[in-house]
Design a protein around this ligand. Sequence first.
Ligand SMILES: Nc1nc2c(c(=O)[nH]1)N[C@H]1C(S)=C(S)[C@@H](COP(=O)(O)OP(=O)(O)OC[C@H]3O[C@@H](n4cnc5c(=O)[nH]c(N)nc54)[C@H](O)[C@@H]3O)O[C@H]1N2
Ligand SMILES: Nc1nc2c(c(=O)[nH]1)N[C@H]1C(S)=C(S)[C@@H](COP(=O)(O)OP(=O)(O)OC[C@H]3O[C@@H](n4cnc5c(=O)[nH]c(N)nc54)[C@H](O)[C@@H]3O)O[C@H]1N2
Ligand code: SF4
Ligand SMILES: [Mo]
Length: 704
Amino acid sequence: MSIEPEQNHYRACHLCEAICGVEIKTRGAEIVSIKGDVNDPFSRGHICPKATALEDLHTDPDRLRTPMLKTANGWEAISWEDAFQFAASRIVALQKAHGDDSIAFYAGNPTVHNYGLLTHQQVLRKAVASKITFSATSLDQLPHQLVAWGMYGHQFLLPIPDIDRTQYMLIIGGNPLASNGSMMTVPNVKNRLRDIQRRGGRLVVVDPRRTETAAMADQHLFIRPGTDVFLLCAMINELLEGDTKADAWLEGDELATLRAIVSSFTTDIAAQKTGIAAPTIRQLALDLAASSSGVVYGRMGVSTQQFGTLCQWAIQVINLLTGNLDREGGALLTHPAVGYIGKGDRNAGSLGRWHSRVSQLPEFAGELPVAAMAEEILTPGKGQIRGLITIAGNPVLSASNGGLMGRALADLDFMVAIDFYINETTLHADLILPPTGPLEHDHYDIVFHRMAVRNTARFNDVVFPKGDDQRHDWEIFNALGVAIAELKGVSLKTLPAPEHIVDHELQHGLYGQQDGAVSLSVAVLRMYPHGVDLGALRPSLAERMNTATGGVVFIPDFIVQDIERLILHMNEPQAEGLLLIGRRHVRSNNSWLHNSHRLVKGPPRWHLLMHPQDMHARGIHDGALVNIVSRTGKLQTTVSTSDEVMPGVVSLPHGWGHKREGVMLSIASTQDGVSANDLTDERLTDAISGNAVFNGVPVEVSLA
Ligand SMILES: Nc1nc2c(c(=O)[nH]1)N[C@H]1C(S)=C(S)[C@@H](COP(=O)(O)OP(=O)(O)OC[C@H]3O[C@@H](n4cnc5c(=O)[nH]c(N)nc54)[C@H](O)[C@@H]3O)O[C@H]1N2
Ligand SMILES: Nc1nc2c(c(=O)[nH]1)N[C@H]1C(S)=C(S)[C@@H](COP(=O)(O)OP(=O)(O)OC[C@H]3O[C@@H](n4cnc5c(=O)[nH]c(N)nc54)[C@H](O)[C@@H]3O)O[C@H]1N2
Ligand code: SF4
Ligand SMILES: [Mo]
């Protein structure tokens, strides 16, 4: 029997944006328990069912620990040194034959959840020196960043809802009760939303599905998918009828220009398009304007649609017109300890400096939209992508038209995946380089403190030391970078451990060495293992904008241009048939947590939801096997009857579809769910940004 002492470790759960504090009790190499950390000043003990699955991730026998090379006899473990040499030689050979840009990158969502992925990718990127790069940004929040860049001059000047003080919150296209909040780091969001109601405020949800969040709201409005832009523009029109509170932000006759731009999108047109009655739209605008404070918050549901950028712009405009931009109870910038954005900061953003070769989709901040990735691999000619480096991503399940993405990856001359699973994407790799697991590396939430509803900071130490034969993500970037640079005969500077980079940033940041005041460093944060609270959000936008004039660019040029696209679209007849939307569940996380027994047990959560009227019209009964068909694919799955979705809308979660040859996930691959992205369409994008469209995809459903 083990007589090793029990130890308590405090850190954040890194699985979603809520960054809840957890207390992990260990004995030797064993995890005894994982609980919410009641002393975390931000999350105060809150966790969700995924936190305990950190143990499953840690102990998962399918999680790779050593590099795997694909051979004629299947996957074979090889040494790190051989792996780096092999990858470097293939990458350099392809670049010699076809040019630097024949190698592309795809970086997935965990990049923002593991700081070594953020701090060190640049080393490898510098060595590879290709300008072709894709990331999950264009499957998600690109419209937010584009609008922030256009209006405030920096892609990361992102106002965050002041949920703890607002008196009115309109959530459009977000389901924080399942997602635990996004672009709004907000542990225990349910309680914080309930508090709005407890203090006499109002919560309104606009969503084609009566979600968990909608169910607790004071008002829920169904909306026809993809039509939010009409609702938001109509609200702007209504607000312009009354007294706006925007003077501080406006110059000259900007209100007149705005009025002219949105005048076509009347409340009556919005009512026709959205299915929300005109008086209700008026009431939404009036309620918001009349509230002592308020905020409109729009997330995935409104970014990943055909007018995602216009939606995010309209949301900023509404917050501005109602006087809620940059004020308590409205939407505010954070003052993070690391990554504070002020005037003149680099990496501000850019749009359309170049375009993708085949479909002419625009770059944003140096990246091309994922919607262009498969065709850039599959279309021959100068500039074709021949080799790919995937980093913490699973585009076969997460990008639109995953079927095409899979065929594209199979067509590559060389692919290396930096990932610890053999999944739907990495099975196409020639080589997999597996980093340490979450409890084996330290961490600082560079991104999520920056988007939190309070200013907070915490350093997360390792729980278990890594094995001698394991490498952190950042060590992989350094070593592969060096191997490539050596072959190319160029010099390359590697970076020290991310802890040192963050320590430097902390000490030179807002809370760093100042006379007498708190001075943060990694050493200081280590003395506060539950994290530190640095206060409520406060106004600061005016002094931080990065625009040419220093003021808000109320109507960026690309918005003017996109309004014209909206006018053309407005006059097109509405498509008949069903529209597909997604669905998140608190026990799931994109595509990669289905190998945890405790997260997949219980009733299946991957079925199609369909309204009883639509089922009746098609002679489909509850629990039947149905065919779902779209332009890009055909799937079979089980349907559940549900009046949670509005008539004309069907809902299927993404991230499933693990039952396929080559996937080595022993639990996930026994699950019956199919991949929603075998139905979504890479040709449907928010054209101005190139962002993917996951909501409002036309499909037809019939009895199988
Ligand atoms: N239909 C539809 N599609 C969607 C969405 C939707 O709502 N509907 N949502 C979209 C959104 S918001 C996003 S963000 C994307 C996500 O798209 P992706 O980022 O491509 O997909 P994930 O499922 O997050 O895959 C994460 C991968 O990273 C690996 N991984 C996890 N942790 C680490 C780590 O620390 N290091 C490394 N190297 N690897 C790690 C996992 O094994 C997994 O392979 O999906 C998008 N796709
Ligand atoms: N449990 C869990 N948590 C997660 C994730 C996960 O997969 N599982 N993923 C993480 C990631 S990467 C992200 S980006 C965030 C996303 O965080 P959220 O945006 O809060 O996540 P969703 O649940 O996708 O919410 C989108 C909502 O938009 C609705 N919707 C769909 N189409 C439309 C439309 O046309 N108009 C309107 N108004 N609404 C529409 C959907 O019904 C859904 O309720 O969640 C993060 N947290
Ligand atoms: S809500 Fe759940 S998954 Fe997200 S950080 Fe908290 S415990 Fe982890
Ligand atoms: Mo995301």
